[in-house]
Ligand binder design. Structure first.
Ligand SMILES: [Fe+2]
Length: 296
């Protein structure tokens, strides 16, 4: 049965494109591949588009782009979604051009954003290799995808069931922690066939914004520290100080994007081998660090 290969792109609606242009390149270290009337395309590797930013007052997640390995697997996956009663639409030729993919379909998430399933991404010319304006190394992407997203769930159990049973994502583990007296975080983490510890995680929260954070992973640990320094120097609010997650083993910090939701920059995240993986529940989000700051 066809299964999602990786989280290959993410689309964000942002109100301040100018600020994002600077932030994505000089804080995150991405490369602008295109800027036109629709917005900004960002590269993290040989893919022409890993993040796309559209001018939109929503300041939130618009699209999660899931890659299937072959055209046949895409068709089989979509047929299975339809069999489950999910309304799925083919993307128009105009949207396919903007996504820079051959074939794609979309469906709605119960929490207010769009999932797209595609095959056939566009890669840059061989001579046009990825060049980060600021990173010493590169991003960890390729088959593992861009990193992960954490959209909030309006209804936790319904959302977990949608990701697990409808999208067929594999559960990695759970974290249940009381972060403040009376405030329980109950997060579920999901991986795709290629095994990055999680490509999406979700937790129920009463919040107007869908996206809590996206995470990108760098090859060199120093690039986490250097990004932290760049963020502090630029006056960007640090939400969680440097720290370490017990489940995906990522060393990271969290800070605020120009849209108000957060980003996480990490290093050292593990890849799951399902043959030797045991799903377990953790009782803390971080085994050290990640001190939470008050964000204005
Ligand atoms: Fe994260």
């Amino acid at each position: 049965m066809a299964e999602i290969h990786s989280l290959a792109y993410v689309g964000l609606g942002v109100s301040d494109l100018e600020r994002w242009h600077w932030f994505a390149t000089h804080i995150l270290g991405m490369q602008v591949s295109k800027r036109d009337e629709h917005g900004i395309s960002l590269r993290m590797d040989e893919y022409c588009q890993r993040f796309f930013l559209e001018q939109n007052p929503i300041d939130d997640l618009l699209v999660a782009g899931w890659q299937l390995r072959t055209a046949a697997e895409l068709e089989s996956y979509v047929a299975e979604l339809r069999d489950k009663g999910v309304p799925v639409e083919a993307l128009s030729d105009d949207l396919l051009r903007r996504r820079m993919v051959e074939k794609a379909y979309s469906c709605q998430d119960p929490n207010g954003f769009t999932h797209e399933f595609f095959f056939g991404h566009t890669v840059a010319e061989l001579a046009d290799s990825f060049r980060s304006p600021v990173l010493r190394g590169g991003f960890v992407t390729g088959d593992l995808g861009i990193g992960h997203i954490l959209p909030f769930a309006k209804n936790g159990p319904q959302t977990v069931a949608f990701y697990r049973d409808v999208l067929k994502l594999r559960v990695s583990d759970y974290i249940r922690e009381e972060i403040h007296p009376g405030v329980l975080v109950d997060a579920t983490f999901f991986h795709t066939a290629t095994g990055r510890h999680h490509s999406i995680a979700t937790a129920q929260a009463p919040t107007p914004k869908v996206l809590n954070h996206f995470m990108v992973q760098v090859e060199q640990m120093d690039d986490v520290g250097l990004a932290y320094d760049r963020a502090v120097k630029a006056g960007i609010p640090i939400v969680l100080e440097l720290g370490h997650h017990p489940n995906d083993k990522t060393f990271s910090f969290y800070a605020q994007t120009p849209s108000g939701f957060n980003f996480e920059m990490g290093w050292g995240g593990i890849v799951i081998d399902d043959a030797n993986w045991e799903v377990r529940a953790y009782s803390e989000m971080s085994d050290w660090g990640h001190k939470r700051n008050v964000v204005l």
